[in-house]
Design a protein around this ligand. Structure first.
Ligand SMILES: *[C@@H]1O[C@H](CO)[C@@H](O)[C@H](O)[C@H]1NC(C)=O
Ligand SMILES: *[C@@H]1O[C@H](CO)[C@@H](O)[C@H](O)[C@H]1NC(C)=O
Length: 219
């Protein structure tokens, strides 16, 4: 997977369902200044590796293999990975720049997501809200009735599993958190919740701030 996005959006990554680059980032827009850098609190936390996960670390290339799948990532030069003797992974800053400081926390989270993904997996739930809105899985497709003249048919990516409950709850699971988020976002995009009645495709925990419609306006 190669996505060309700039680093500013990387930091907003998961909230927006945007994937983070798996390739090293070579274009750097910031000036490299030597500044006093605080250690990232998240970055400092070691990542524990369960016994069912195999780690292959070769310079900046990390491979993570577990019962649910296999993931790999090449880390940017701002961070380096080390293994403690008990198997724990530590993400460390390799440069003393503000950018390295930001990447430290980010890549600690991403590395942890890889380990959790291949051992326990992730899931994301969507809820269809609207009369007649429904979803079904037909073979390898997710079929959505969202009030258009034709149903929307989406191919389920091969590394993801999709389940539908009560015709309206879509459960997307897999080992790559990034791909789950992307697929969920692409389903939601067909009918993002509208602000009057909240009709549409919502994330299960999404709070829709409803606007008062003209008809419903009270005096
Ligand atoms: C692994 O070892 C490191 C020190 O090398 C220690 O900080 C950490 O707590 C240990 N983790 C476990 C799970 O024992
Ligand atoms: C892998 O090990 C972890 C930690 O022991 C456990 O929670 C998880 O369920 C295991 N995964 C599988 C698929 O057995």
């Amino acid at each position: 997977m190669i996505l060309h996005i700039n680093l500013r959006s990387v930091f907003l990554g998961e909230r927006n369902g945007i994937c983070v680059p798996i390739v090293p980032i070579t274009r750097i827009g910031f000036l490299r200044k030597t500044i006093e850098c605080k250690e990232s609190r998240i970055g400092k936390q070691p990542i524990s590796v369960p016994s069912n996960v195999t780690i292959t670390l070769d310079g900046r290339d990390l491979k993570v293999k577990g019962p649910l799948g296999e993931l790999s990532r090449t880390h940017p030069r701002e961070v380096k990975l080390e293994r403690d003797e008990n198997g724990t992974i530590r993400v460390k800053k390799a440069l003393d720049t503000r950018r390295a400081n930001q990447m430290h926390g980010l890549f600690r989270t991403l590395t942890d997501n890889m380990v959790v993904g291949v051992s326990k997996g992730f899931e994301k739930r969507l809820q269809l809200v609207g009369v007649g809105y429904r979803a079904t899985v037909e073979g390898k497709d997710l079929v959505l009735s969202l009030g258009f003249s034709h149903p929307v048919r989406m191919e389920i990516p091969s590394d993801l599993k999709v389940k539908v409950e009560e015709n309206t709850r879509i459960i997307i699971s897999g080992y790559d958190k990034c791909n789950i988020g992307q697929f969920a976002a692409s389903v939601r995009k067909w009918r993002p919740p509208e602000p009057y009645k909240g009709k549409g495709v919502r994330y299960a925990n999404e709070v829709i701030r409803l606007k008062e419609g003209k008809a419903g306006k009270k005096k």
